[in-house]
Design a protein around this ligand. Structure first.
Ligand code: NAD
Length: 531
């Protein structure tokens, strides 16, 4: 792999999670890669379609052979069809997962599970280039991002989880105590939770599917995965690989695709499901929690965000602007952890805002198969309308569009929105409070450090954030006061398979990745024996 690609990948990893403040470039260098990157254009291999879904060990069509269309958001073309699973299909998948959990040794045979995870890692690796083409086509993701968080980074993380499973302390000795006179030896034992319903969104589908499926399998659970209808192939292909290239037993891993959200909702209500692991919007998370409450089902929720990048008054505004521009445009702002609010000190507001506006105006966007492009389209037309609606709302509430704000005139197809910045934004206004999930940065002024912290925390979310300062100790002090699950100081990157990721407040419950992410899928049994 060329050093340029490696540099671009680390840049992309960084900016996806934090913004590469330390990197002066506004966007990655033009890359020429090892295989598919030909000149400036990524040459897509044949799209790898999978109309069937894995249910109870078999790749099946939906009942009544119903299908729905998979659309490339950059071209608006139908690229294939997908099984449109029904309530009956979901019922079969849940039944299969329940049987596999209750009647096989999957949940107790650690060595076999590690073997299967490593098999799956190899199978995905062998098929990475076909997956890359498919992700670019169905997600509309810039190909550059597939060398980082859209594909290569999560694939590399599977063996980290396999190692964790292999060496994990399933039992922990608590020693001997005699609370009622007779001494007992006490210990805890970690056990799989049972049947996991995994419900995922469309923005980083392979990464999020794997972030749930791999630790859940490693912990000994069985799974029904319900992917977003916009990006089904990342899940159906995973099902195909599990069925054809691993020894994972029938029923342990199931995939149900459907364009009906209510099919996914069955996972929250069905008493045979023990845990729902969900990534998506806060409003859907709320519905899942309510439905799950009927069976006191565990819910693990990774939800929305409206994170703040705080530039302190001693920050290098050129670097702040570059990082803010890359954050808000990477994958067209369709990232939960993106810092979509830029907080600037009033004493340097004009300087910082002008730098950010010019950086955003310089971001290359367009055809996601172009290897120099950092920003592709939004996922679908309704999402574009939603984003443009927010821009309009910002204007109505007194903000000014400083750059962008519309549909690019030079792109005649695809669900694109111009990279956009709104200035003079009131921190309590709709665009400063609600998740836009598009390439729209809101720039807000603050009076002093306390005011910056107040505004950063003036949110129902708490997923991520960033602080930039010439003084790292000062940045740390501010970061410690921001109520958020992850935070970057001066461009540090927290994104990684070993790092717990998740939100405070309405950004979610629980942590994905790291040991904490693995343990979300385990129960604790406390045992006592006569000493
Ligand atoms: P969404 O909530 O609309 O849908 C997510 C998934 O939930 C889809 O598979 C959908 O079919 C399913 N779903 C919808 N209604 C359901 C119901 N009532 N019961 C069960 N399942 C249901 O989210 P989206 O538009 O696909 O994704 C964007 C959202 O995801 C944003 O809010 C973003 O911040 C969030 N997100 C969060 C993280 C994180 O880790 N915190 C990561 C990525 C995306």
């Amino acid at each position: 792999m060329s050093t340029t690609i490696v540099a671009s990948m680390s840049l992309v990893n960084g900016l996806w999670a934090t913004g590469a403040v330390g990197n002066q470039r506004l966007y990655p260098a033009r890359t020429r890669g090892p295989q598919e990157l030909d000149s400036m254009r990524y040459v897509t291999t044949d799209l790898w379609q999978q109309e069937r879904m894995l249910v109870n060990g078999e790749l099946i069509a939906a009942s009544a052979e119903k299908v729905f269309e998979n659309i490339n958001p950059a071209t608006e073309e139908v690229i294939g069809c997908v099984a449109d699973g029904s309530a009956d299909d979901m019922d079969s998948a849940i039944g299969g997962a329940r049987r596999a959990f209750d009647s096989t040794t999957w949940s107790t045979d650690v060595e076999f599970r590690v073997h299967c995870l490593r098999q799956l890692s190899e199978a995905l690796g062998r098929n990475a280039e076909r997956l890359r083409s498919t992700i670019v086509a169905e997600v509309g993701s810039p190909v550059l991002l597939t060398y980082g968080p859209q594909l290569d980074t999560p694939l590399a993380g599977i063996n980290w989880v396999a190692d964790l499973v292999e060496h994990y302390s399933w039992e922990v000795d608590l020693g001997t105590l005699a609370p009622f006179g007779a001494p007992s030896r006490r210990y805890t034992r970690r056990e799989a939770t049972g049947v996991v319903g995994a419900i995922t969104p469309w923005n980083f589908p392979m990464q999020i599917n794997l972030a749930k499926v791999i630790p859940a399998l490693g912990a000994g659970n069985t799974i029904v995965l319900k992917p977003a209808p916009d990006t089904p192939w990342t899940a159906t292909l995973l099902g195909q690989l599990v069925a054809e290239e691993t020894d994972i037993p029938a029923g342990v891993f199931n995939v149900v695709t459907s364009q009906d959200h209510q099919v996914g909702a069955q996972l929250s209500a069905d008493p045979r499901v023990d845990l729902v692991s969900f990534t998506g919007s806060t409003s859907t998370g709320r519905r899942i929690m309510m439905a799950a409450s009927q069976t006191i089902k565990r819910t693990f929720l990774e939800l929305g965000g409206k994170s703040a990048m705080i530039a302190l008054d001693d920050a290098d505004m050129t670097k702040v602007a570059a990082a803010a521009a890359m954050q808000i445009t990477a994958h067209a702002g369709q990232g939960c952890a993106i810092t979509s609010r830029l907080l600037l000190p009033r004493s340097r507001y004009d300087e910082g805002a002008e730098a950010a506006i010019s950086a955003i105006g310089a971001i290359p966007y367009g055809d996601p198969t172009d290897s120099s492009v950092l920003m592709g389209p939004l996922i679908r037309e309704s999402q574009r309308e939603r984003v443009l609606g927010y821009v309009q709302r910002g204007l109505e509430e007194g903000a000014t569009v400083a750059v962008g704000g519309g549909i690019p005139s030079h792109l005649d197809r695809g669900y694109f929105v111009e990279p956009t910045a709104l200035v003079d934004v009131d921190p309590t206004s709709t665009v400063a409070q609600e998740e836009i999930f598009g390439p729209v940065l809101v720039i807000i002024g603050y009076n002093d450090d306390d005011d910056a912290v107040r505004i950063a925390n003036l949110s129902s979310y708490g997923l991520s954030g960033a602080v930039v300062s010439a003084d790292l100790e000062r940045a740390r002090t501010i970061a410690n006061r921001v109520r958020t699950g992850t935070i970057s100081l001066n461009g540090g990157t927290y994104y990684g398979i070993d790092v717990p990721f998740g939100g405070y407040r309405q950004s979610g419950i629980g942590r994905e990745s790291g040991v904490a992410g693995f343990e979300e899928y385990l129960e604790i049994k406390s045992i006592a024996e006569p000493a």
